[in-house]
Design a protein around this ligand. Structure first.
Ligand code: AMP
Ligand code: GLY
Length: 423
């Protein structure tokens, strides 16, 4: 069996790593992949993650299943073109990926189906946005409608900041077309949770709850990044809270998408704020989170090939899923100057030593240069380890991480510590 993974980050390395342990012994192809995926399967160069280019690679290698990692190819309809050409795909259609690709679409879906979320208004022009701002107390949240690589959300603490953000987004087009329309919404207070499910549109397999660490510096200070680390821990959500989220958020979302003519299949990421008034949806993503995927796939006990095939074939009701006990922690090692333009081309040392501690080092922005592994992007590596308890998992991940070195490396020293209060 040949499986093609589309993407090149830590999430895609984690998917390849977990697939490689399957009893089916699949041949794994990754387009384009990174230095880590090259040690598991075969990296395939690809000009762009466009529908035509991905379909051409799938056809050339006669693959049996395609798994798409990142959001852009989902929103651009790669899954649709692959299906039209007869390939089995684990990923949502472009119509279903609007749940991530358009904040307005997802807020309207939540409004229509009664899913708990922040109070909001949509503005189509800057003048309208400035007027809408009068109806919201500060802090207030502004969200560009379209995909913006993690840069589309502004939390404004004063009306002045909010007005500046409106002009930046809607007049100066700081994010291009993504900011032509905006969602303005109420600021929510609480603890954030990443809750991911796998679905074939009907059956839902919940993953253990996880938390990301978006800010670049300790104590959630500094600018937001793609994610500086994550941990998974069943204690983040009580079983009752998890059941409530499945009933009040996940089920209505899937029914709403179906009613909209866009049934959702694949990984659905629900970003939640657990407020004093209960869970509220912050956002949906049409994919596995990154770095959440690294911790969740390490925590998965079942065979990922079985799960992916069953989901793609809409037979998820037939599979049993089991999880390893205990939390898992992933510490991201980022390049100098990230989340600004990263310093790349640095030689990375200590990967083998880190893995000899029992951790797995998932590669994100890495490439091979001669006999060296070098950095090629902002997030470079994710050192991932599990433990019987959260303190043990944190300790194991940091012990392994201590071996990693490259020039200008940035790493938070508090990944997972928010969860220690539950232990
Ligand atoms: P997103 O890019 O949609 O993941 O949003 C980035 C971050 O902004 C989230 O992880 C939250 O920390 C924060 N955020 C988004 N919406 C809200 C909200 N309504 N209230 C408070 N924080 C929010
Ligand atoms: N970790 C959040 C995301 O993948 O968007």
């Amino acid at each position: 069996m040949k499986i093609l993974i589309v993407g090149s980050g830590g999430r895609e390395h984690a998917i390849a790593w977990k697939l490689s342990q399957s009893r089916h012994h699949p041949e794994i192809l990754i387009a384009p992949g990174n230095a880590g995926t090259a040690s598991i399967g075969r990296n395939l160069p690809i000009a762009a993650l466009s529908p035509d280019a991905v379909t051409a690679v799938a056809r050339e290698h006669a693959v049996d299943l395609v798994i798409i990692g990142p959001e852009l190819p989902l929103v651009e309809g790669v899954a649709d073109t692959l299906r039209e050409n007869g390939f089995l795909v684990l990923a949502p259609s472009a119509a279903a990926a609007r749940i991530e690709g358009s904040k307005i679409f997802s807020k309207r879906l939540m409004e229509k189906t009664g899913i708990p979320t922040a109070r909001f208004s949509v503005a189509e022009t800057a003048v309208e946005a400035l007027r809408v701002l009068e109806d919201f107390p500060v802090p207030v949240v502004l969200k560009a409608d379209g995909l913006a690589a993690g840069k589309g959300v502004v939390i404004a603490h004063t009306l002045e900041e909010a007005r500046t953000a409106v002009l930046d987004l809607m007049e100066a087009k700081a994010l291009g077309d993504a900011g032509t329309r905006v969602v303005i919404e109420e600021f929510l207070v609480g603890e954030e949770v990443s809750f991911i499910i796998l679905t074939d549109g009907v059956t839902v397999i919940p993953f253990p709850p996880a938390q990301d660490h978006k800010a670049i510096f300790d104590d959630d200070r500094g600018p937001n990044t793609g994610g500086m680390g994550a941990y998974s821990d069943s204690r983040i959500l009580s079983p009752a809270m998890q059941a409530q989220i499945l009933r009040d958020v996940v089920e209505p979302t899937l029914r709403g998408m179906e009613a909209d003519g866009a049934p959702f299949t694949g990984f659905l990421f629900v970003g939640l704020m657990i407020t004093a008034d209960g869970p509220r949806v912050l956002e949906f993503n049409a994919r596995l989170g990154d770095p959440e995927a690294q911790v969740l796939l390490m925590a998965l006990d079942s065979d990922l090939v079985d799960l992916c095939l069953a989901a793609a074939r809409r037979q998820l009701a037939d599979v049993e899923v089991s999880w390893k006990s205990g939390p898992t922690v992933c510490i991201v090692h980022a390049a100098a100057n990230y989340p600004g333009r990263p310093l790349v081309g640095q030689r990375i040392e200590g990967i083998r030593e880190a893995e000899s501690e029992g951790a797995i080092v998932f590669h994100a922005g890495t490439g091979v240069s001669g006999s060296d592994i070098v950095s090629t992007g902002g997030r470079v590596l994710g050192v991932t380890a599990s433990g019987e308890s959260l303190p043990q998992a944190i300790e194991a991940a940091y012990r392994a991480s201590a071996h990693i070195h490259f020039e200008g490396m940035q790493r938070r020293s508090d990944i997972g510590t928010k969860g220690l209060k539950r232990w």
